[in-house]
Design a binder for this molecule. Structure first.
Ligand code: TRP
Length: 400
């Protein structure tokens, strides 16, 4: 890490973690669009970010239209929102919204990246709405020293395959690639940029004076797809943005600006993160495992998945079988169990696993075996669809 990066990091820490009054080791975390670290207290994030909790009343309102609740909502994986009631008000009046989400190509897609996109696909199906998917291929180029435009081009293609593989409807899904659609986007981006000051982005993102000017401008590009469909269609359209909570600072800034351009303030719905395989020790300290080993990529083969889970998935089990039988495991800190809350849709199955693991009837190895099986069967299908997607990329890229 360079000194400049180090000092930026410290500023961010002060801003996002240091403002909690009862800051202890247990609650130390950082959540910014550029970095997510530590043991995240999501309830605290709700008040720090100023988003609203998805409560029972709102869940009931959603289910009225969808017929069922996605397990990500049932389990509070999508846990917060801004202005979702407005989206539903308009929908009930017959004014359909469009969805907007995105992915900055910067590396291979891992299984955690899929979480907001899977939910977005569910929303597209249930509400029968359009999705605008942004690939800001300049973002990580601007923010990561080691990344050049050749890399982002390669990852752009690879990442598009993962998005297509999830089954989005090509008739209703439009990919926007910042460098490719620059002609369409730039005019709108400068309108946004003109209304955001350097001190606003400094405060929202923790930038210092040493930040490159491309990075300072970037949030204007991420704002554009939230109203671009309205520009293209010549009418105001409500926008709902499903995203992981770290992206909220972008939209906190652009929500102030977009109405000044004559469009609806975009609404959003936020999810928490899939924990890293290394998980969190009970004292809240971060695990030391990181890099390739700490996550599952969408292209990992079954053997690799098995090896990674068995070797790296943090276990809430006891050190010996005897102790485990007697004392039981702790599913609340067990990463394999946490992952199953994301990937096992069946509530009854999940409760059964929880109880058996907690009572000591189920061993860590058995729990891991369930997760491995679940992931591998998901990935088998995903990888097949990912191959098929290679022929279909052009159908998804917006062409007017
Ligand atoms: N900044 C996001 C990333 O780092 C990419 C992105 C662009 C995005 N537009 C978005 C994410 C809208 C969520 C919603 O990957």
């Amino acid at each position: 890490m360079t000194d400049a990066e180090d000092s930026r990091l410290q500023r961010r820490e002060t801003q996002f973690a240091g403002n909690s009054s009862d800051l202890s080791n247990n609650s130390k975390y950082i959540v910014t669009p550029w970095e997510v670290k530590g043991n995240i207290d999501y309830d605290k994030l709700i008040s720090e970010f100023g988003v609203s909790k998805i409560d029972e009343a709102l869940q009931k309102r959603i289910v009225k239209h969808t017929g069922e609740l996605h397990h990500f909502i049932r389990r509070n994986i999508f846990f917060a929102h801004r202005d979702l009631n407005f989206i539903l008000d308009e929908y009930e009046k017959g004014n359909k919204f469009f969805l907007y989400t995105g992915r900055a190509p910067s590396g291979p897609v891992h299984i955690g990246h899929l979480v907001p996109w899977m939910f977005t696909k569910w929303l597209q199906d249930k509400f029968d709405v359009e999705l605008w998917f942004q690939f800001p291929d300049e973002e990580k180029f601007l923010f990561k020293e080691e990344l050049d435009l050749k890399d982002t081009e390669k990852y752009l293609y690879e990442n598009m395959l993962d998005v297509i593989a999830l089954g989005f409807d090509p008739e209703k899904t439009h990919f926007i690639i910042d460098t490719k659609h620059a002609g369409l986007m730039y005019k709108e981006a400068i309108k946004v940029a003109k209304r955001i000051t350097f001190s606003t982005v400094k405060a929202a993102f923790g930038f210092g004076n040493d930040q490159n000017i491309g990075a300072i401008f970037y949030t204007a590009m991420q704002a554009v797809p939230a109203f671009l469909p309205s520009v293209l269609r010549g009418k105001k359209m409500p926008c709902l943005i499903p995203h992981a909570i770290d992206q909220d600072p972008h939209f906190r800034v652009s929500r102030d600006v977009i109405p000044k351009l004559g469009y609806y303030k975009p609404a959003s719905i936020q999810c928490r993160f899939l924990p890293g395989l290394g998980g969190m020790a009970e004292d809240g300290k971060m695990s030391s495992s990181s890099g390739e080993t700490a996550t599952i990529f969408t292209t990992d083969d079954p053997k690799t998945v098995k090896k990674k889970i068995n070797k790296y998935a943090f276990s809430g089990g006891q050190p010996t079988v005897e102790e485990h039988r007697k004392l039981g495991g702790n599913p609340d800190i067990d990463v394999s169990y946490q992952w199953l809350t994301f990937f096992e849709e069946d509530d009854a199955k999940l409760v059964d696993i929880y109880n058996k693991y907690k009572s000591g009837e189920m061993l860590s190895g058995e729990l891991k075996a369930i997760l491995i099986e679940k992931l591998n069967s998901f990935l088998e299908t995903h990888q097949k669809k990912r191959e098929e997607a290679k022929k279909r990329v052009d159908e998804f890229i917006y062409s007017g």
